[in-house]
Design a protein around this ligand. Structure first.
Ligand SMILES: [Zn+2]
Length: 180
């Protein structure tokens, strides 16, 4: 606590800085009104991956598109789980970079990540909180048939709605990948 007070006193040259930073933070994208659109096919894929990874956690990256407050999931890219313990996940950074490069040509982005909680509920664990870094990044957590989505808002996870769509996004992925 005294450390924080000292730190504040050490930067008198920028009196308005901390105030404006706080304002920016609160006026950022209203994540609470976001919703994630996931097709039934991809929902089933995630549940199947979670089952196949038992007793460990499955993990992967979410390819999608943001359109206003709607984030549509276009594909789930399973990745290796580098975590040494069963109750954790760590996405292989090499696979993350490879997918980033791959998506550059498609106009899609990595909107978030997903993983499973084999023995828990579909809410972020303290470990997930420590691992979250990028504001606006979507975290989908699957615990058996329960699937929930959260967005990291730079301070905490905020749950967002998941809307299941009947139509598979595959045709859109294909046209975007091959179209110019
Ligand atoms: Zn977790």
């Amino acid at each position: 606590m005294s450390k924080t007070a000292t730190g504040t006193a050490d930067v008198p040259s920028a009196p308005g800085l901390s105030g404006s930073t706080v304002a920016d933070k609160t006026s950022a994208v209203p994540v609470k009104s976001c919703s994630l659109v996931l097709s039934a096919v991809l929902h089933r894929q995630l549940i199947a991956e979670a089952r196949a990874a038992l007793p460990r956690e499955c993990c992967g990256l979410i390819e999608g598109m943001r359109d206003g407050d709607t984030i549509e999931v276009l594909a789930l890219h399973p990745t290796r789980n580098l975590a040494e313990t069963a109750d954790a996940f760590e996405i292989d950074p090499a696979e993350h970079i490879r997918l980033l490069r791959e998506l550059r040509r498609t106009g899609h982005e990595i909107v978030g990540c997903y993983h499973s909680h084999p023995n828990g509920s579909a809410v972020p664990s303290p470990r997930d909180r420590r691992g979250a870094a990028e504001a606006g990044f979507v975290w989908v957590i699957c615990a058996e048939a329960d699937l929930r989505a959260f967005v990291w808002d730079a301070a905490d996870f905020v749950e967002i709605a998941v809307t299941e769509s009947a139509a598979a996004p595959a045709s859109r992925v294909r046209s975007a990948a091959t179209g110019r």
